[in-house]
Design a protein around this ligand. Structure first.
Ligand SMILES: [Zn+2]
Length: 109
């Protein structure tokens, strides 16, 4: 499996995120769709596969440690890192989410 042949992105629920004023400043439907179109175009151009992970996938709450799969429902928005109560791994919110999105995307093939 060549992981770099596949791009995995998360289908974000933009409308709900924009209701959050802090996030509304950096996100809009238009910008997200533009980014997705660009990624799809680039992936196609280079013969790569673009996988969109379901928007309900708990990418930022799921522990990315292999075999742990603990879902932390208490991670508030804005918290940058959290410690998994099950395996004690310390996760950067975005790095953890990215690992989960990649794993879920690769599992969809
Ligand atoms: Zn864990």
């Amino acid at each position: 499996m060549r992981e770099n042949q596949t791009l995995c992105i998360e289908d974000l629920h933009i409308r709900n995120m924009v209701k959050n004023r802090a996030m509304a400043r950096v996100i809009s439907d238009a910008a997200w769709h533009e980014l997705r179109s660009l990624l799809a175009y680039k992936a196609d151009w280079y013969g790569r596969r673009l996988v969109t992970v379901d928007r309900w996938y708990p990418s930022s709450k799921l522990c990315s440690t292999t075999g742990c799969d603990y879902i932390n429902d208490t991670v508030p928005l804005g918290v940058r890192s959290w410690t998994c109560p099950a395996c004690r791994a310390v996760h950067d919110r975005d790095v953890n989410a990215a690992k989960n999105i990649l794993a879920a995307g690769l599992a969809e093939r």
